[in-house]
Design a protein around this ligand. Sequence first.
Ligand code: AMP
Length: 193
Amino acid sequence: MTQHKHRVVIFLGPPGAGKGTQAERLAGEQHLVKISTGDILRDHVARGTELGQQVAPLLKAGKLVPDELLMALIRDRLASMESVRVIFDGFPRTLMQAQELDMLLEELGAPITAVPLLEVPDELLIERIVERGKTSSRNDDTEAVARERQEVYRLQTQPLIDYYAARGHLKPVGGVGSMDEVYARLLSVLGDR
Ligand code: AMP
């Protein structure tokens, strides 16, 4: 396995910033695996697995799932990869997760490539989530839960901005504009265009 094949991109940004959409496109174009912890957890809920039953009330309330559960999921996903070529969407969300991810990546010899931060003003975020809720069938895409998720982001996830900035990984990207505009900005901060 050669070192240069690894690529690890971590998408940071509040709920509703458009991380999923942008990550999906980047993954498709750069042959990376998108690891969306929200999607993985919703899949467990939909299948009614033991984990799904455990986390369903947390998702519905907009609260975070315990770090240990998340780390077990991530370890599993990465362990099966020959080279680590991933985009994390919605992970890590706490300092603990970020530190554990650093340790795991070190074990795997796969350093972080970049941490794009999608920036969108607060007032637009709730609007976007409520709009998405009309078609997403996500029970956390309501205004009340969206507000709770913003608060959880502010308290638990925002400290990661400083964490990754201090390590030189953070790449702010303006998240307002069309999908294409935001994507072009993303590629430019990643040095890919
Ligand atoms: P998302 O689709 O990223 O907005 O995630 C939806 C929900 O899944 C969150 O509100 C949390 O309940 C849970 N979740 C997703 N990723 C994580 C994570 N990294 N840590 C804790 N909980 C998470």
